[in-house]
Structures are given as C-alpha cells and as structure tokens.
Design a protein around this ligand. Sequence first.
Ligand code: G16
Length: 543
Amino acid sequence: MSVQTIATQPIEGQKPGTSGLRKKTRVFQGHHYLENFIQSIWNGIGGVAGKTLVLGGDGRHFNAEAAQVVLRMAAASGAAKVIVGQNALLSTPAASNLIRDRGTDGGIILSASHNPGGPDGDFGVKFNTPNGGPAPESVTNKIFEATKTLTEYRIFEAQDVNLSILGASMLGDTEIEVVDPVAEYAKLMERLFDFGAIRALFEGGFRMRFDAMHAVTGPYATAILEDRLGAAPGTVVNGIPLPDFGKGHPDPNPIWAKTLMDEMMGADAPDFGAASDGDGDRNMIVGRGCYVTPSDSLAVLAANATVVPAYAEGLKGVARSMPTSRAVDRVAAHLGIDCYETPTGWKFFGNLLDAGRATLCGEESAGTGSDHVREKDGLWAVLFWLNILAAKGQPVSELMAAHWRDFGRNYYSRHDYEGVDSAAANALMDDLRARLADLPGTEAAGLTVEAADEFAYDDPVDGSRSEGQGLRIDLTGGARIVLRLSGTGTEGATLRVYLERLEADPDKMDADPQEALAPVIAAANHIAGIADRTGRTAPDVIT
Ligand code: G16
C-alpha cells in the first residue's frame, strides 16, 4: 500500500450547483473526473489531514466504486477516520445526523438526489460542513476555485475496503468505521416523535402506503414504519434500493410517483400515502383522495407543530425558499413568529437553524426539515404527519379543509420546461430581467402587475449577500409568478415557473389548481413570452 501522486489538470465545469456537483454518470466516470473534484474539496476546505469525515450515498450506479475512491483519497491525504454507512449507503438526512452526532469535520454524500440513476443517468457529490449541512456558497466557491488550479491528486493504492461488514479497519493510517446506516437515525426519530401515539394509530387499523421508489429510504422506512411502529407488512413498497432505482425517476411528486397517486385516488385507498426520493431528503404527502402540496405541507406542520413532543414548546421561527408558496407566512403571522424567505437551496437554511432563528424550514421542491439535522428530511416529514394525524384523529382531507378555512388557500403549481436550449433560456431570463422595472402597473391576462424584482438574499446571520436568485412578479389579489433556472439539471436548461394565487373565499377552495391558476398561468406566458422564446407550448412537468 502506498500513496500515489497523480498529475492532472483542471477540468472545466466542476462548479457545484444548487446542491453539490451533478453530472451525467459517464462524465463522473471519465478520466480523473471524480478524483479531481474530491481533491478540490480537500484543497478547498484546507485539507483533511487529521480530520474525521462521514461518507455515504444513495446507492445509485457508481456509488460503490466512487466510495472506494473517496476512501483511498481521504487516506492518502491523511484523514484520521472515515465513518461509512454499510455498503456505502446513507440517506442524506442520516449522513447529516451522523456528522453532527459524532462531531465530525464534515462529510461526503454521493448522490444526485431525485435525478434518475444508472449508466445513462446522473451522479453527484456534495460536501457537508461540520454542522451537518450542505456547504454554503463561501465554501463551494473555494472548492470551485480549487478545481481551476489543480495539478495533482493523491490516492492510496490499495485493495477495496470491505464495506459490507460492520466495524473498524485501517486503510494505511486512516481508520474506516463501517456503521449501520439506519440505527442512529431511527433513534433520533424516536426521540422527536410520539411513537406510542403513532403505534396506536396503526393498531387501530390505519392503513398507509410508503413508496421508497427503489431508493435509499427503503431500509429506513421498513425499519421505522413496519418494524418499530407496527405498520402492516407491505406498507413500504419498492423498498429495496437498486442502482438504477428500478429504472424509475426517484422524484416524489404526482408525476413520478404516479402508481402511488393512482392508488391514493382510487377506491379503497389507504388512509395515508407518502414517498421519498433518491437520497431520502424529499417527501410527498398524500391523503385518501387528497394530494398535499409541499408548500401546504410546510404550513400544516407549522400550524400543528406543538402536538409533536420535540416541538411542544413552539417554534422559534420558520423559513421557506422564495419560490415556495406563502401559505406558511400566514401561519407564522398567526403564531407571531418570524418567517424567513431564502434562495432555493437547503444550504441557505443552515445559518438560520444554527442561530436558533428558525425551527422548521421547507421548499416547494418537496423538501421539509427542522433543526434536528441540517438537511431536509423525507421520513421525518412523514413521521411528523403521522404524529399530527394520530393526535388529531382526522383524515388528511379534513385537516386540509380546516387549514384552508383558517388561513386561506394558496393555490400553487410549478411548471417545468426541461432540456431547453441554454442560450434561449438565458435570453428569456435576461430579457425579462431588463423589463422588470417597467412591469408594475401593466396588465397581463386581466391581472395587474403590482411589483416586480430580482430576488437577492442578505443572510441575517453572517451578512453575506446572494444575488440573482429568481425573478418575481406580484399580481393583484395575492397572485405571484416566479421564474428561475434550475441549478440541479444536467442537460440544457430547465426553466421553472412557479405560480401562486391566494383564495380567501371558503366556497372556492375545492378547485383544480390548474384551473384556479389559469389567469396566472396566462399572465406568466404573456409576460415572459415562454412559447416564443423556448418553442414550447406546454410544460414538460407540472407539479
Ligand atoms: C436540491 C436543493 C433544494 C432545491 C432543489 C431544486 O434538492 O437542495 O434546495 O430546492 O434542489 O433546485 P433547482 O430548482 O435549482 O433544481 P435535492 O433534493 O435535489 O438535493
């Protein structure tokens, strides 16, 4: 066993996006590609000599091979210890928990989240800091700078470490500890929620379906829902993680979790349905005949938080990403707590959570979480819902109807135009940005523009400023359009159009969201010229 120093040169485009570096799997498998990026992480964070790291991934194609590379590179650069999930598996929230629980210097998560996997799918690498959260821009910028000047990387020449057996071994002078990926996380969930009440709910005949989408959450969901909480065997479906996610798209939304949606909308549907994504940080919540948008889910969790033991004392504050609907703002106002609006990307919540300004955070992109870890957490959100349902004894549809009666309903939808020519997408955004100042007072599809700007965020904790975070257009009657380009895609550009309208009339709260939002959709097309600019007459994905 010896340390090899391999000459290399910078590879273009290794710029971390919304959540780490995501590329086609074949790109990551290219000559030096992964090694260059890992060495750049080490260089960007001031080296790993003497440090302890956590390592795990979502089990997608290339996960196992990449984990061995990371271990050999950590050992070659003098890491004291790496704590690895068995078989290189760790959900993103479980990794965040381990980083915090063990007081480590951070961790590497191998995942492209909800993006499809397999040789023709996507792969990704993200670095999380010692607080357990995704590296903030100040750190990812340093990593990106390091990719541009790299001339060599260091790697240990050694056999693969056996990651199937729990326990410690040595790789050179670096200790490798293989841990059960589920155990610590399950204990954390048991501390947060009223497991007794949830168990009693299942004992009473409550039926649930959890679609793990052949991604990392399967073992977690089976261990917690079926083994510990007594949900009927078979509650968890698609529970075995597969490298290609069973050829599915592990994105828990009504489009990609269609089988679950069909079951929940059908005759004899279970009481409650849920799904999680590739790396277990996203969630979808659906009741019998009633889909709950992620924005509404955040609002409901905030409104009912005190039924959960961990939040019984109340919330310090809440936070949502800017494009997320403003449903939670209304709850926060009612509770008299602060509501923060951050750019898209979980990393922006980290400072608020660390500083004790926010307890719950959420995003329209199916992410919800709290200060228990520093990542969004799919299964946590599901358990939170179960805890509320157990305490309230109401079906999801009734709970939602009551919530809307109390707070109003923020009709909400996101329209995605995928694989758009990057130049055309940028031109659309540039042109709209240039016209923002002239929009207030103009009319579109019968709605008047009240305000328009480009969102910039001043972090109230560290004072850093993040600009260019999406174009927002406020319309009459509490309606809003937001446009931004996705930072997680790997092909062309994805234009996201977020649409929202507040309905305060209790008699109009049962409409189909696309119909309720029709004027806002028309206004968005008119103002941004989407069809002309992109050549698309309809979005590829509507959620
Ligand atoms: C990541 C980020 C989220 C973000 C989502 C979508 O989620 O952590 O904060 O909302 O991507 O980002 P974009 O709109 O730029 O594609 P995940 O679950 O993919 O890690």
